[in-house]
Structure formats: structure tokens, C-alpha cells
Ligand binder design. Structure first.
Ligand SMILES: Nc1ncnc2c1ncn2[C@@H]1O[C@H](COP(=O)(O)OP(=O)(O)OP(=O)(O)O)[C@@H](O)[C@H]1O
Length: 319
């Protein structure tokens, strides 16, 4: 569905060289990215600020011409075949709206139907689905300029989907949204992805988006792919493990050892002990613990993706 081969984008920027002089410098915003994305995949494309995420999306959607390398989306080359591509993809870029600022939201949808020449029945069916899943009925008659950010984002998602695209590109779809709108957008995208009809590529700084939505995580830094795989693979790479946190009736005995786990912290409050679990599973460790000491409360804590990604960014921080 999407193919990139050694894709590269250089920008020429002017930098200060002394008091009055400026010289040209080339910045490789995307520096040889090769990726294949299959139909129906949901891919999170993440990286620190300036890593090259937006530049990649712009090349995939035909906004920017690559400096070198190859790119194909739905079998089309984005820049020369941009018009044909526009009929097959949907795009939601936070900063750019596809809605008409002064028109009621519903009018924007009607205009889009004519622009994309969508058969009335298809348009109606898609709009009905978006309206109910994104809870839009209340503000369909409101001019776009008066919508809240969360309402507008729901409108943008609908606008991007009304022509039935095969691929949806989303640049920071939940940025700036309140908790309720974030949940609404995430649930909607999860449902959309579960149908398998749409390939989804999203950039985000909110890793909860990735955890909720993406099987596959591509991490880019300094224009290069530094991780491509599942979230579990990322945890395995950094040996981030689940923890077993227990509150005990009395302090843990001196030198206590628990097979299948390593003691990493003890606090006096509630006699709390934290163990890092081996990958073999929690059952044996929990059974061993309960047999050995009186346990008041117990919880299993998943490794935090924020920590793992922070580690990854740090280790790739060399230019
Ligand atoms: N039009 C441009 N002219 C010059 N340099 C640019 C241009 N667009 C992007 N860059 C540079 O290319 C690099 C990658 O930028 P890009 O916007 O793709 O990063 P990003 O990963 O999307 O960042 P963010 O998370 O901050 O949005 C940065 O160093 C940026 O300054």
C-alpha cells in the first residue's frame, strides 16, 4: 500500500557565519527511510521534535517532492499523480483545515461530496456513521470558525473519510484536545482500524495514542528509522519488564528472594515491595510470594512506554 525506498529530503537553510555573513547549509530532514506498509496496517510514526515525521508525511501525500529515493502510495507516485492520489487518501494535518471556515460544518461536508463526486448513497452512509461515532449532531449547523478544537477535529476526521479513502494520514490527531475529545477520536480511529478497510499512518507525541491504536511503531530520529516493530519488541529491546507491587502485613524478611523476579525497591509505608518480573510470567512469582509472606494487596504494573521511548530517544541522540 505504501512503499518508501531510501527516501530523502534535504532542505537548504541559511545559518549565521560571523556578524554579517550567512552561509548555506543542507539539513537532511529525512535521511534514507525505507519502509513498506501493508493494506490495513495501523502504524504509529513517532520521534522527537524535528525528527522528520511531518516531512515524511508531506512526501507521502504529494505536498513535498523528495530529494532522492522512491515513494509510492496506492501504486501512485505522490507528487506527479497528486490529483489521482487525493481521491484514494485522506489527510488530517492539525494545522491545515479542509473545512470552510465561514460555513456550517454540515455545508462543508456537502461541498466535499461534490468536489470528490461521491455517490449520494455512499456519502449518506459514511456521514451517518461518522455522525454517530463522533457525536457530531449537536454542532453540524455551527460555522466551523465557532467550533471548539475537539469539535473541529471530529469534523476534520469526517471530512477526510467521506470519499472512502484507502489510506488515512494523521499528523498529531489528538494534540491540544481535552480528555473527552481525545477518547472520542481514539475510539473512532480504533473502530475504523478494526474494519481493516483503511490503512492508518499517524504521527503523535502522545504515546497513549500509539498504545491504543497501533500494532506497529516506527521511530524516526535525525531523519532515520531507529525502531520498526511492535511495542512489545521495543520493551524487549530495552528489557523493560512488568513489575509486581505488593503491600505486606509486615516488613519483607532480610535477604528475601523470589524465584522469577528481582527485588527493585522497598518502602516503609505499607511495607511495600516492588519486584521486576522475568519474562516467564507472573503466576509462579505471585504464588511464591503469597506462600512466603502475608500479602495485603498486590498489583501488576505494565512497563511505561514513555520511559522506553525516552530511553530510545536518548540513545539515538548523536547527530
Ligand atoms: N521548509 C523547511 N525549510 C527548512 N527546514 C525545514 C523545513 N521543514 C522542516 N525543516 C527541518 O527539517 C527537520 C525535520 O522537520 P519535521 O517538521 O519533518 O520534523 P517533525 O518530526 O515533524 O517535528 P515536530 O515533532 O516538531 O513536528 C527539522 O530540522 C526542521 O527544522
Amino acid at each position: 500500500m505504501i512503499q518508501m525506498r531510501e527516501l530523502r529530503k534535504d532542505f537548504t537553510v541559511r545559518v549565521k557565519a560571523g556578524r554579517f555573513r550567512r552561509k548555506k547549509r543542507t539539513v537532511a530532514a529525512v535521511d534514507g527511510v525505507s519502509l513498506t506498509i501493508e493494506p490495513g496496517e495501523m502504524v504509529g510514526y513517532i520521534g522527537p521534535n524535528g525528527a522528520g515525521k511531518s516531512t515524511t508525511l508531506k512526501m507521502l501525500t504529494g505536498v513535498l517532492t523528495p530529494s532522492s529515493g522512491e515513494v509510492s502510495v496506492c501504486g501512485l507516485t505522490p507528487v506527479p499523480q497528486r490529483t489521482r492520489l487525493a481521491l484514494r487518501i485522506g489527510v488530517v494535518f492539525g494545522q491545515r483545515s479542509q473545512l470552510w471556515w465561514d460555513l456550517p460544518l454540515g455545508e462543508s461536508f456537502r461541498l466535499l461530496r461534490h468536489i470528490y463526486r461521491v455517490p449520494a448513497a455512499d456519502h449518506e452512509a459514511r456521514l451517518r456513521r461518522c455522525r454517530s461515532l463522533l457525536d457530531m449532531d449537536e454542532f453540524l449547523d455551527t460555522p466551523v470558525r465557532q467550533l471548539s478544537l475537539g469539535q473541529r477535529m471530529r469534523g476534520e476526521l469526517t471530512a477526510a473519510l467521506l470519499h472512502g479513502p484507502e489510506v488515512l494520514f494523521l499528523d498529531e490527531p489528538t494534540i491540544g484536545l481535552d480528555v473527552v475529545s481525545k477518547q472520542a477520536v481514539r475510539s473512532f480511529l480504533a473502530e475504523l482500524g478494526a474494519t481493516g478497510d483503511v490503512t492508518l499512518v499517524l504521527t503523535t507525541h502522545d504515546l497513549a495514542d500509539i498504545e491504543r491504536l497501533c500494532e506497529r511503531l516506527v521511530v524516526i530520529d535525525h531523519g532515520r528509522v531507529v525502531h520498526d516493530g511492535t511495542i512489545e519488541a521495543l520493551h524487549a529491546r530495552y528489557s523493560s519488564r512488568r513489575s509486581l507491587v505488593v503491600d505486606l502485613e509486615r516488613p519483607l524478611p532480610e535477604g528475601f528472594e523470589l524465584p522469577g523476579a528481582t527485588l527493585v525497591a522497598v518502602t516503609a509505608e505499607r511495607h511495600r515491595a516492588t519486584f521486576a518480573l522475568e519474562s516467564t510470567g507472573a503466576g509462579a512469582a505471585v504464588a511464591g510470594l503469597v506462600a512466603a509472606v502475608p500479602v495485603r494487596d498486590l498489583s501488576l504494573v505494565e512497563p511505561d512506554i514513555e520511559d522506553v521511548v525516552a530511553k530510545l530517544y536518548r540513545t539515538t541522540d548523536a547527530p
